[in-house]
Design a protein around this ligand. Structure first.
Ligand code: SF4
Ligand code: SF4
Length: 452
């Protein structure tokens, strides 16, 4: 179905039926959606598992707990059982003979909700470890579709989705707040930030966490784009890049949120949308988005790190001086494992750091900060998230980092909280802000806008 042909109101109405979860979780609906999620490709993956257990050693939730229920493959059991009972080879015969797996129960799904949401960041580390090429993180994403549709998702994610549909932001942030932050950054930088400029080359969308916790990033990017003479704009509608629909596991919600950005980009006729320092926003917009709306975008999507790397390579950005601390890059899972973006941030960091170092198992084998996949938004998951941070903590300690640098505002927030919880004093920096700090100063513009 071409969803883009549907009016926005119909898309929004369907999304709202998801967040208004049933008063009593509906196990029959969960089973039906789970079965619907099993395409031929998914069935092939479920059948391909050879029970080798390699995915277990890739998962920080299993490594820190030793709990076999937290192994990646166990998290897929509800899907496997529903598939085997209803769709697998000779399912009807197996049911008749009493050999088929039992129907799922509400109690089991309630227990699995904690495994599927609280103890999975959809980070994809297990996916890379699986010798059979099973995309475990991708299948967890599909299990979440069933959980959310049937009322088994955490209340915090339903509420975040409701706020996103109502206000545009999962934390309830609205345009007047962003407008105020833009004004503050204009005062800080002395630059006029472009807003709703039709025909600009690039549209910069932002994450709520950046706007609320790290608004200096907006000013930093304004300085960078000013030096690069980039044609860009912010937007007053569709400015939110994050997509709680992906975390909740609801394509209906995710589709509405992606559509808002697509509509804004099309209205402004931009050539490209810049995905900001946020991991899952990049996955949602770049990889899931066109499938969600049922058509290719009439613009490109570029992550901010990719764009900055291109601008440096083109000689449009120049830096002066270097940070003398031992700086270590934390790879956001969605950038490095889903997007393959590992060299670009390191090139950028090397340009402004006299002493970059690596964590053991960095790059595509990096451990998640623990907050990805919506886990940081689930209040009940906090103790588990802090416990799972042990794997990341060991990586950080072995790197000898004097400061961490990352390219995801959510990672940054989660790392700061976890470091604090574990009594570690370590700054966590945003890559764009760091780059802006070392930009070669440009001559101030005179009244006519001409540089001296
Ligand atoms: S996606 Fe990450 S958190 Fe989830 S099961 Fe796999 S390794 Fe564990
Ligand atoms: S690594 Fe792959 S094949 Fe091995 S148990 Fe995990 S999912 Fe199955």
């Amino acid at each position: 179905m071409n969803w883009s042909a549907e009016p926005r109101s119909a898309l929004e109405a369907r999304a709202r039926t998801v967040i208004e979860s049933p008063a009593a979780p509906d196990v029959g609906r969960a089973t039906r959606v789970l079965i619907d999620e099993v395409s031929c490709g998914v069935a092939f993956q479920l059948e391909a598992c050879v029970r080798c257990g390699q995915c277990a050693d890739a998962c920080h939730f299993y490594l820190v707990s030793g709990d076999p229920r937290r192994t990646p493959i166990y998290k897929l059991r509800p899907m496997f059982r529903a598939y085997r009972r209803h769709r697998g080879p000779f399912a009807a015969v197996q049911r008749m003979l009493g050999w088929a797996p039992a129907e799922l129960t509400a109690a089991e799904l309630a227990e699995w909700s904690e495994l599927i949401y609280d103890s999975c960041n959809m980070c994809g580390r297990c996916t890379l470890a699986c010798p059979m090429g099973i995309d475990i993180a991708g299948l967890v994403r599909r299990v979440r579709e069933a959980m959310s549709a049937a009322g088994f998702a955490p209340a915090d994610l339903y509420k975040a989705a409701a706020r996103a549909l109502d206000s545009g932001s999962p934390i309830g942030l609205r345009w007047p707040t962003l407008k105020r932050q833009i004004e503050i950054q204009e005062q800080e930088t002395g630059l006029k930030l472009p807003l709703d400029v039709e025909g600009a080359d690039y549209l910069l969308v932002l994450s709520s966490i950046e706007i609320a916790s790290f608004p200096e990033t907006i000013g930093a990017l304004a300085k960078i784009f000013d030096q690069a003479k980039l044609s860009w704009t912010l937007t007053s509608s569709g400015f939110e890049a994050t997509n709680v629909g992906v975390q909740l596991g609801s394509r209906d919600v995710a589709r509405v949120l992606v559509s808002r950005i697509v509509d804004a980009a099309q209205a402004l006729r931009v050539k490209a949308v810049i995905s900001p320092e946020c991991g899952h926003a990049y996955t949602a917009l770049r990889w899931e988005g066109p499938n969600l709306i049922g058509r290719p975008y009439p613009f490109r999507v570029v992550h901010i790190v990719e764009l900055l790397d291109q601008l440096v390579a083109a000689g449009r950005l120049r830096t002066r001086g270097k940070d003398q601390r031992r700086l270590v890059f934390h790879d956001p899972c969605q950038l490095v494992r889903r997007g393959g973006i590992d060299a670009a941030p390191r090139r950028l960091l090397a340009g402004v750091s006299a002493c970059c170092a690596e964590m053991p198992s960095s790059g595509s084998a990096n451990f998640c900060c623990g907050g990805g996949g919506g886990v940081s938004a689930i209040h009940r998951a906090e103790p588990l998230r802090f416990a799972a941070f042990k794997c990341k903590q060991q990586q950080i300690e072995r790197s000898g980092a004097e400061a961490l640098v990352t390219a995801c505002a959510n990672c940054r927030n989660v790392l700061e909280e976890a470091l604090d919880e574990h009594g570690m004093v370590l700054p966590v920096l945003g890559l764009s802000e760091l780059l802006a700090e070392y930009l070669e100063p440009t001559a101030p513009a005179d009244q006519t806008g001409t540089r001296q």
